[in-house]
Write a protein that binds this ligand. Structure first.
Ligand code: FAD
Ligand code: SF4
Length: 463
C-alpha cells in the first residue's frame, strides 16, 4: 500500500479553511499491522539510514507486541523529540529509503510508527510537572544557546549526564523552527510544548527572551561560572533574490511571514494582536519545505490563488514529497522552470505584478542538480499582490559578531568538526548554524554528538 494511503487525513477542501493538523496518525490496529510486516532484520539497513541511529527494529517489534511504553523508551534513548520527528522527518530519504522492503516498493512506514508511539506515550504517561527551577543540580554549569532541536537535544543529554544546564533562547517560546516556522497544521504546538516540558523536567533551566550577544555576552556567562557552551542558534537570516521591487509593500521573507502566523498567531487575529496582510494572489518563491509551508499558510489565511514559483523542475524540488503532494491537493499552482526577475508596484508602492523568465535545464551544477538556464525572450508577468521569498536562510550574525575568536566559514556559519568542536576549546556548535538549513533530525544528531564531546572536555578539565 502507498504509505500516504495508510494514514487518514483531513479533506483538502475543509483543511484549507483551518489550521488543524492535516494527518490523523495510525490507529492501533493499523500500527500493529504495519509493525507486523517488519522482518526484524539482523543487519537492519533502516538504522543505518537514521541520523539518530534509533533501534528501529526493536521499537517496531515492541509495537507488534503492544508494548508501547517499551517502544517509546527505545526511541527516546537516541531521540528526545519523537513526536516531532514522527511528523516532520524526511523518512522517505532516510530510514524508509534504506529499509530492505523498499526493494519491493513497500518500506515499513517507520515515521508513522514513531508518531504512533510518541502520541500514545503523550496520552498515556503523566507529563512530569516538575519545575526545572526546583531541581537543584550541583553539577558543572553549562550554557546552551538556542532552544531549537539542536540545543534541546544537547541540553537533554548533558542534563542526563549530571550537568547543570541552562538554555538561553532569544524568542519568547522554545522550539526554534518547530515553534516559529513549521505551521500548526503540520506540527501542532502542543506537541512541541510537551516535548520541551519533558526536557525541562530533566532539570534544564530554559531562559526565554534572552539574546546572547545582546542581553549577555559569552564572556558575561563565563564570568558567571559557565564552563562550556553549545551554540545552536540556527540559520534564521533570510536571503532575498536581489531583484528590483523587493522593497515594495507586500513582499515578505518566509521567515517573517511564518513567524507572524505561527509564533505570533496572526491566524487568530484579533484574538492575538499581530496581523499579517495576505492578498488574494500570492507568489511564493522557492520549492523547499519553507516554501510549501508559506504557500499553504497563505491559502489558509484567505488567499484565492497561491503560486509556487521555482526556477528548476519538479524533480529538483527540495521539499518533502508528502508536503508537495499536500500542496497540490490543496490547489497550490506550480510555476516550474520559472525565475522572477522584477517585482512591479502600483502608485502606492504595493506589489501588483511579478515579471518572470522561463528556464530550461542545463548541465548539473555543484549541488548535482541540473542548472536552470534562462530562455531569452520568454518574459511574462504574473498578477500578484503578495510575494513571499523562501529561497533559504543564512547564519544570524548577531551572536557570532561578538565572539571574535570563533572561526567562521565563508557563508558566516560556524566551522565545527563532525562532533561539534570549534576552534575555541570551550565552545561547541551544531545544527543549522554549522551546516546551513538542514533537517530536524540532523540538528538533533548534532546536539547529541556535541553533548558527548562536551562531557569528555569537562571531565578532562577536572583531571
Ligand atoms: P533552529 O530550529 O533555528 O533553532 C535555533 C534557535 O536559536 C531559535 O529558537 C532562535 O530563536 C535561537 N537563537 C538564535 N540566535 C540566538 C541568540 N543570539 N541568543 C539566544 N537564542 C538565539 N526539517 C525537517 O526535518 N522537516 C521539515 O518538515 C522541515 N520543515 C521546515 C519548515 C520551515 C518553515 C523551516 C524554516 C525549516 C524546516 N525544516 C524542516 C528545517 C529544520 O526545522 C531545521 O533544520 C532545524 O530546526 C534546525 O535546528 P537548530 O536547532 O539548528 O535551529
Ligand atoms: Fe524492519 Fe525494514 Fe528495518 Fe528490516 S530494514 S528491520 S524490514 S524496518
Amino acid at each position: 500500500m502507498h504509505k500516504k494511503k495508510l494514514i487518514k487525513e483531513q479533506n483538502p477542501k475543509e483543511r484549507i479553511q483551518n489550521f488543524n493538523e492535516v494527518s490523523y496518525g495510525l490507529s492501533e490496529e493499523q500500527a500493529i499491522a504495519e509493525a507486523s510486516r517488519c522482518l526484524n532484520c539482523k543487519k537492519p539497513l533502516c538504522v543505518q539510514g537514521c541520523p539518530a541511529e534509533i533501534d528501529i527494529p526493536a521499537f517496531v517489534m515492541a509495537i507488534k507486541e503492544k508494548a508501547y511504553k517499551r517502544a517509546a523508551d527505545i526511541i527516546k534513548k537516541t531521540n528526545n523529540l519523537p513526536a516531532v520527528c514522527g511528523r516532520v522527518c524526511p523518512q522517505e530519504d532516510q530510514c524508509e529509503k534504506a529499509c530492505i522492503l523498499m526493494k519491493k516498493g513497500k518500506p515499513i512506514a517507520i515515521g508513522y510508527l514513531e508518531r504512533f508511539v510518541a502520541d500514545w506515550e503523550m496520552e498515556n504517561s503523566k507529563q512530569s510537572s516538575v519545575d526545572s527551577n526546583q531541581i537543584k543540580k550541583a553539577g558543572t554549569k553549562v550554557a546552551v544557546i538556542g532552544a531549537g532541536p539542536a540545543g534541546l537535544s544537547c541540553a537533554a543529554d548533558l542534563a542526563n549526564s549530571g550537568y547543570k544546564v541552562t538554555i538561553f533562547e532569544s524568542l519568547h517560546a522554545a522550539g526554534g523552527v518547530l515553534t516559529y516556522g513549521i505551521p500548526e497544521f503540520r506540527l501542532p504546538k502542543k506537541i512541541v510544548n510537551h516535548e520541551v516540558k519533558n526536557i525541562a523536567a530533566l532539570g534544564v533551566d530554559i531562559k526565554l527572551n534572552y539574546v546572547i550577544g545582546r542581553t549577555k555576552t559569552m564572556d558575561d556567562l563565563r564570568a558567571e561560572g559557565f564552563e562550556a557552551f553549545f551554540i545552536g542558534t540556527g540559520a534564521g537570516l533570510p536571503h532575498f533574490l536581489g531583484i528590483e521591487g523587493e522593497g515594495l509593500n507586500g513582499v515578505y521573507s518566509a521567515n517573517e511571514f511564518l513567524t507572524r502566523i505561527n509564533l505570533m498567531k496572526a491566524y487568530k487575529f484579533p484574538e492575538y494582536d499581530t496581523p499579517v496582510n495576505v492578498g488574494e494572489k500570492v507568489a511564493v518563491i522557492g520549492a523547499g519545505n519553507v516554501a510549501m509551508d508559506s504557500a499553504r499558510c497563505a491559502l489558509r489565511m484567505g488567499a484565492k490563488k497561491v503560486y509556487i514559483v521555482y526556477r528548476r523542475s519538479e524533480n529538483e524540488m527540495p521539499a518533502r514529497a508528502e508536503e508537495i503532494e499536500h500542496a497540490k491537493e490543496e490547489g497550490i499552482i506550480f510555476h516550474l522552470l520559472t525565475n522572477p526577475t522584477k517585482i512591479l508596484g502600483d502608485e502606492n508602492s504595493c506589489v501588483e505584478k511579478m515579471t518572470c523568465l522561463k528556464n530550461k535545464l542545463g548541465e548539473p551544477d555543484d549541488s548535482g542538480r541540473r542548472r536552470p538556464v534562462a530562455i531569452p525572450g520568454s518574459e511574462f508577468d504574473i498578477d500578484v499582490d503578495t510575494v513571499i521569498c523562501a529561497i533559504g536562510n543564512g547564519a544570524n550574525p548577531l551572536l557570532l559578531s561578538t565572539i571574535k575568536e570563533l572561526k567562521l566559514g565563508k557563508w558566516g556559519n560556524i566551522e565545527a568538526d563532525e562532533n561539534g568542536k570549534t576552534n575555541v576549546k570551550d565552545i561547541f556548535a551544531g545544527g543549522d548554524i554549522v551546516t546551513g538549513s538542514a533537517t530536524v533530525i540532523a540538528a538533533i544528531g548534532a546536539g547529541k554528538k556535541a553533548a558527548r564531546v562536551m562531557d569528555e572536555y569537562l571531565k578532562g578539565k577536572k583531571c
